[in-house]
Write a protein that binds this ligand. Structure first.
Ligand code: PLP
Length: 427
């Protein structure tokens, strides 16, 4: 079955009359919901494939995909089938018992990665928290480090819990939330000398570097791919010193890069890695995976009530199997190439405004010139009016993360909308 057929098969859900009758009441929404997001003035109510509709029936091409999450787009038949089957059968019981779907999903992940063991949770931040806890226990019990330190990279993003905002080396996410969690140290991304210096300088008394937590491609930090030579040297350093190498694959993993895992682009394997976002295709699930040698957790040391329940695991397994069965990685590679070529052609037309196009597969960034007032958020607002949803990655990078089933025609429509948006903002 071709990708186009699959998209075509998605049934378009009916309009919700109560919502469609009048413009969405953003004031009453804002009265009730905490203002943790600066929302675009758009209320979405249904979707099919790579298209979504707002409450007034306007159609958009969705190149945000729930921020790199809706792997199979919206209302995909495989997800509808899995959600329906699983909710009718069993949705939640707790990890007090064996959950067959959890075991099946873990086995699929192990068969398709370098991992030997999986722990399930509900989000990317939780998966990273689990990795941080595992690394700390490994440091105490195996490396004999009393005060373990985890190195992370400047401009990284690892989540919004206290430990993961501390791991996230961007002051804007940490402001007002101190005291932060001790035991983190920041180095520049793609700078091997900084890592070498930190490991030797921090090895003093009870202190020592236990792990390096890093994204194979920095997503929120501006869609910056890791440098192959840097990551290969990181792997060598970790082999030589016993420091654990942890990859945050939350945004780039599960096929988004055109390979199942971002680390496959870099020719190195981590000791521990995390996944979330695309893993469940939009159903909340996270996973922390490790090699056998560093699986040091004992019963009771880490847990999650919802983590790995029958519902999310049954649906995520169906997402994984669909990626494989439908050869979706090939689509990601081909459509990614098409998108980057199109964006490069646009960047050549606007040298005063655009400076770079970069990414892997279907995670791509279009960078704006630093010294002009135009921001990525300004462009997103105009692109929405032109019928395409996009999301910034930092102030100056426009991010393109469509569903992995996006078609050739849809990429062309999005490119044309970006061209129109640029013509408008630069006029
Ligand atoms: N790690 C990376 C690389 C991410 O991009 C994100 C979210 O954008 C997270 C972790 C946090 O994931 P979540 O929002 O599911 O907690």
């Amino acid at each position: 079955m071709s990708i186009q057929t699959l998209v075509g098969e998605a049934t378009i859900p009916p309009k919700t009359d109560s919502l469609a009758a009048s413009p969405f009441d953003t004031d009453s929404f804002n009265e009730a919901v905490m203002s943790t997001y600066a929302r675009f003035p758009l209320a979405l109510e249904r979707g099919a494939g790579c298209r979504v509709w707002d409450t007034q029936g306007r159609e958009y091409l969705d190149f945000v995909a729930g921020i790199a999450t809706c792997t199979l787009g919206h209302a995909h038949p495989a997800m509808i089938e899995a959600v329906t089957r699983q909710i009718q059968k069993l949705h939640h019981v707790s990890n007090l018992y064996y959950i067959p779907e959890q075991g099946e999903l873990a086995k699929w992940l192990i068969q398709h990665s370098c991992a030997d063991r999986v722990f399930f949770c509900n989000s990317g931040a939780e998966a990273n928290e689990a990795a941080i806890k595992l690394a700390r226990k490994y440091a105490h019990t195996v490396l004999d480090i009393e005060q373990p330190i985890i190195l992370t990279a400047n401009a990284s993003f690892h989540g919004r819990t206290l430990a993961t905002i501390t791991a996230t080396a961007q002051p804007k996410y940490q402001k007002y939330f101190d005291p932060l969690v001790p035991g983190f140290h920041y180095v520049d991304y793609n700078d091997i000398a900084a890592v070498e210096a930190a490991i030797s300088e921090l090895d003093e008394g009870d202190y020592g570097v236990a792990a390096i937590l890093i994204e194979p491609l920095q997503g929120e930090g501006g869609v910056r791919p890791g440098d192959r030579a840097y990551f290969q040297r990181l792997r060598e350093i970790c082999n030589e010193t016993g420091v654990l190498l942890i990859f945050d694959e939350v945004q780039v993993g599960m096929g988004r890069s055109g390979k199942l895992w971002g680390y496959e682009h870099l020719g190195v394997e981590p000791d521990i890695f995390t996944s979330a976002k695309g893993l469940g295709g939009g159903i909340p699930i996270g996973a922390m995976m490790s090699k056998k040698f560093c699986d040091v957790f004992q019963p009771g040391e880490h847990a999650s009530t919802f983590g790995g329940n029958p519902f999310v695991c049954g649906v995520a397994l169906s997402v994984c199997q669909t990626i494989e069965k439908e050869n979706i990685l090939q689509n990601v590679q081909e459509r990614g190439e098409q998108l980057r070529e199109g964006l490069k052609a646009i960047a050549r037309q606007y040298p005063q405004h655009l400076t770079d196009v970069r990414g892997w597969g279907l995670i791509n960034g279009l960078e704006l010139q630093a010294d002009i007032p135009l921001t990525a958020a300004d462009l997103v607002k105009v692109a929405i009016k032109e019928g395409v949803l996009l999301v910034p990655a930092g102030p100056k990078v426009l991010r393109f993360v469509p569903p992995l089933i996006v078609s050739e025609a849809e990429i062309n429509i999005a490119l044309q909308a970006v061209e129109r948006a640029l013509a408008i903002v630069t006029a």
